[in-house]
Write a protein that binds this ligand. Structure first.
Ligand SMILES: NC(=O)c1ccc[n+]([C@@H]2O[C@H](COP(=O)([O-])OP(=O)(O)OC[C@H]3O[C@@H](n4cnc5c(N)ncnc54)[C@H](O)[C@@H]3O)[C@@H](O)[C@H]2O)c1
Length: 318
């Protein structure tokens, strides 16, 4: 493995919650100097302590990225309580505050006058399109959405969505940064509400919901269809390659299955309202297995499995 060098290049993260601290760890693993700012000082302190715990866990699992030690990676991350100090000299600023248009745009109003002229302003937004987020900014030509997947350390996909007015150098620079830190960037050539990951996710949720509502299957068994069936393949390839392999390529898939697919798809119900008795049925099914008080423990259970899967994929690809 090539040696990771500690760099002088500075990256600023605004918002030190779940996603902000994950990105801080990812950038630090490549030796970037990260300044982690939050409106609440206690959030930064908590984030720094949680990051150390996570780095130690990653080391124990053999999943620490790069060649820097836990201490070196941790010391690349500085907590910040002054936004202007955090942004000064940063070539990349990543906003990670909650998904509210009013909040994000008010944060940009504070960041905009502080940005270095060639700096990139990224947003970790999950669904808000970049033209809506950046339209009133002086530096709107430096704006790009960098939508991660949770948990970013184990699910490396990042959706990159430039605004219509984003300068041509912003996308390749952001893509190369994401690749450098070990993430898997994909590009949206034009913006669309919800981007791609969430649109696909919501299509799946809609059909799963309708199946439970129609009494066809229990919520637990619907989840098993994904975890023991479709999801097993999707961890390694998407629906296009899956179909390609299920027949002898896509033309053969179309010849064999087009009629069946169109018949089944024409019986789909419209996207459901997420409310009413089905909501309670689905909630209760999972609350029995995972009481709300045990969510953190179950998240650790999930992350441990995703970590093993990351290792398996890494080992098999070597
Ligand atoms: N959590 C996920 O699964 C996930 C996945 C992908 C993308 N995202 C997106 O990432 C963004 C952040 O989500 P999160 O889950 O990290 O949220 P979070 O609630 O965990 O953290 C948000 C942080 O922003 C801080 N904050 C609030 N107002 C601020 C301000 N004015 N200035 C500076 N900091 C401020 C809060 O104190 C908090 O620490 C959202 O846009 C979200 O949609 C989240």
């Amino acid at each position: 493995m090539a040696e990771t060098k500690i760099k002088q290049d500075k990256i600023c993260i605004v918002g030190s919650g779940l996603i902000g601290k994950s990105f801080a760890m990812l950038f630090a693993s490549s030796g970037y100097k990260v300044h982690l700012y939050d409106i609440q000082a206690s959030q930064v302190t908590d984030a720094l302590s949680n990051i150390r715990t996570q780095l130690v866990d990653l080391k124990e699992m053999g999943l620490l990225r790069g060649t820097l030690t836990v201490d070196q990676q941790h010391s690349c991350i500085n907590g910040a309580t002054d936004l202007s100090v955090a942004i000064k000299g940063a070539w990349f600023v990543l906003e990670c505050v909650p998904e509210r248009l009013d909040l994000k745009t008010s944060v940009y109003r504070s960041i905009d006058p502080l940005l270095e002229p060639s700096a990139i302003l990224g947003s970790s937004a999950s669904s808000l399109v970049p033209s809506l987020l950046s339209k009133d900014l002086k530096n709107r030509n430096r704006f790009i959405v960098v939508h991660p997947t949770n948990p970013p350390f184990y699910a490396p996909l990042v959706e990159l969505i430039p605004a219509p007015w984003t300068d041509p150098d912003v996308l390749p620079k952001t893509k190369s940064l994401c690749t450098e830190i070990g993430q898997a960037p994909v590009v949206l050539n034009k913006e669309i509400d919800g981007f791609v990951l969430n649109r696909i996710q919501y299509a799946i949720i809609g059909e799963c919901w309708n199946i439970v509502k129609a009494g066809v299957m229990s919520p637990e068994d619907v989840d098993k269809v994904m975890s023991e069936g479709l999801g097993r393949r999707y961890a390694f390839m998407g629906p296009f390659e899956t179909a390609y392999l299920n027949a002898d390529g896509w033309v053969s898939y179309q010849e064999r299955y087009q009629g069946m697919i169109e018949r089944v798809a024409s019986s789909f119900d419209p996207f459901p309202k997420i409310e009413g008795p089905t909501l309670q049925t689905i909630h209760d099914a999972f609350a029995q297995q995972i009481p709300l008080a045990q969510l953190d423990a179950r998240r650790k259970w999930r992350d441990a499995r995703l970590a093993r899967l990351s290792k398996l994929k890494k080992d098999m690809d070597q």
